[in-house]
Design a protein around this ligand. Structure first.
Ligand SMILES: Nc1ncnc2c1ncn2[C@@H]1O[C@H](COP(=O)(O)OP(=O)(O)OP(=O)(O)O)[C@@H](O)[C@H]1O
Ligand SMILES: [Mg+2]
Length: 458
């Protein structure tokens, strides 16, 4: 505890009393500031933080209870200790009810004062620390609704922060359920366009023939069903963000029209000869590799380069397993809130299985499984039995550790076997293996080389 954070404010209208308390506390190396009534105390609190305030109850001007009320409102991080005259227990009780940290009866004994102040100080500092940690956690482990603490996710948070406000088009790639739409929203809501529309369009969900008029609008009589003029989603997203999901599903003919809209920043409604200029930030997403679509001539190369100015690549969940506990707790909480249910959490054995599983459906699959478990569970916590059979029965690292313990293998041997197994599981991909194991590639190569040396000597 530094002297700086341990300033104590003493409030009493009797000068001798104030001096006495000040001497006792200064003797114990606290920094002390005195005030002669509530008003003066509040003025001090405006310019300096006091984790602990010791105040007399009865004072001229703003009295102890009045000060307490103000402190709770304006400086909730401070703990207030109320001094009451001997024989007035009721007022002490009243102060406690109103939120005082503790009370002391006059005449105040030195040791009592020191113990109480120390307790109040420790509690205030602890609370301050918890609050700072909490802020830090929400800054580092989440971005808007996106949870993640793994290195790739933290890099994505940084990237979102950096590019949200630029006008460039953004391509978001990643397997199904990795959070592409969440990222698109985060981009929009962290940009200056946030008060303007965010318009999501799933290119795969709209029939090919309708997509053009959905995106660009049409004029009356453009086709049989066009009974009146209609603006398209581009115009709806004016000044905002247009999110084109599953962009690879857009027909070639429309890709040409999209390219024109992107390049010239204007669109033409179906059946119209007039162009309308639009100011739209384009964010597109895909779960296929667009470069391969380009090679296969299913996606226009020029459009690909226009869209792929900045790529945000969301790694599959199995490549960032350290996010699973955080996601599990966060998503479980979300589901419980929605179901208005209370559960204490998840058993370690169940969480271990979730960490072990390969998650082909990524975060969406995890979310669904937790929702199902939260609905089904009858216990105070989610247990192994509440998970679907395919996840309950996988024999993964958990079993592997059990076996190792059974044979009491030396650590080095377990490490070797583990590295070999992970490498096998990831199809021999050393880059991914190093990544999943949380070591750099050089270290992995060194360990693999050692293993080969070891086996040749054995
Ligand atoms: N990092 C994350 N933190 C919290 N929730 C997440 C995260 N990633 C995904 N989710 C949740 O998982 C679900 C799927 O996410 P989203 O719809 O963004 O995925 P997607 O990549 O667009 O999938 P698809 O390709 O299938 O459309 C959503 O309910 C989303 O809220
Ligand atoms: Mg999506």
């Amino acid at each position: 505890m530094t002297q700086d954070t341990s300033s104590i404010l003493i409030v009493d209208d009797e000068k001798e009393m104030r001096q006495l308390l000040q001497d006792i506390l200064e003797e114990d190396h606290y920094r002390v500031v005195g005030a002669s009534d509530g008003q003066e105390a509040l003025a001090h609190m405006e310019s300096e933080k006091f984790p602990v305030v010791v105040t007399d109850l009865r004072m001229k001007g703003l009295d102890g209870l009045g000060l307490l009320e103000q402190v709770i409102q304006k400086h909730p991080e401070s703990n207030l200790i109320m001094m009451t005259a001997f024989g007035t227990v009721e007022s002490a009780v009243e102060a406690m009810k109103q939120g005082a940290f503790d009370y002391l009866t006059k005449p105040v004994k030195a040791d009592e004062l020191l113990v109480t102040v120390q307790k109040a100080l420790r509690e205030a500092l602890l609370r301050q620390e918890v609050q700072q940690l909490r802020q830090q956690v929400s800054r580092e482990y989440a971005f808007d609704q996106i949870l993640g603490k793994s290195k790739p996710m933290r890099e994505i948070f940084d990237l979102i922060r950096r590019v949200a406000d630029s006008q460039t088009n953004i391509l978001i790639t990643g397997e199904s359920g990795t959070g592409k739409e969440l990222v698109a929203k985060a981009l929009h809501f962290n940009s200056q366009r946030k008060s303007k529309p965010f318009v999501p369009v799933n290119c795969a969900a709209i029939p090919e023939l309708l997509l053009e008029s959905e995106l660009f609008g049409h004029v009356r009589g453009a086709f049989t069903d066009a009974k009146s003029d209609k603006h398209g989603l581009f115009e709806e997203a004016h000044d905002g963000t247009l999110f084109l999901d599953e962009i690879s599903e857009m027909p070639m003919m429309l890709q040409a029209k999209l390219l024109r809209a992107v390049q010239e920043r204007e669109i033409r409604r179906v059946g119209s000869t007039k162009s309308t200029s639009v100011n739209v930030r384009l964010v597109v997403a895909t779960n296929v590799t667009l470069a391969e679509e380009v090679k296969a001539k299913r996606f226009r190369e020029d459009l690909y380069y226009r869209l792929n100015v900045i790529e945000i690549r969301l790694p599959p969940l199995r490549e960032r397993k350290e996010d699973i506990p955080l996601l599990t707790h966060g998503l479980l909480q979300k589901s419980l809130t929605a179901q208005q249910k209370h559960i204490d959490g998840i058993a370690d054995s169940a969480l271990a299985r979730l960490i072990d599983y390969q998650w082909p459906g990524n975060v969406r699959e995890l979310e669904n499984i937790l929702e199902r478990a939260a609905t089904l569970t009858q216990g105070p916590i989610i247990s192994l039995e509440d998970l679907p059979p395919n996840i309950q029965n996988i024999q993964g690292e958990g079993q592997f550790i059990e076996d190792a313990v059974e044979q009491i293998l030396p650590l080095g041997q377990v490490e070797k076997a583990y590295i070999r197994r992970v490498l096998e599981k990831l199809g021999g991909n050393k880059y991914q293996t190093a990544h999943v194991l949380g070591i750099d590639r050089k270290t992995l190569y060194r360990k693999l080389a050692e293993m080969e040396d070891g086996t040749s000597k054995e």
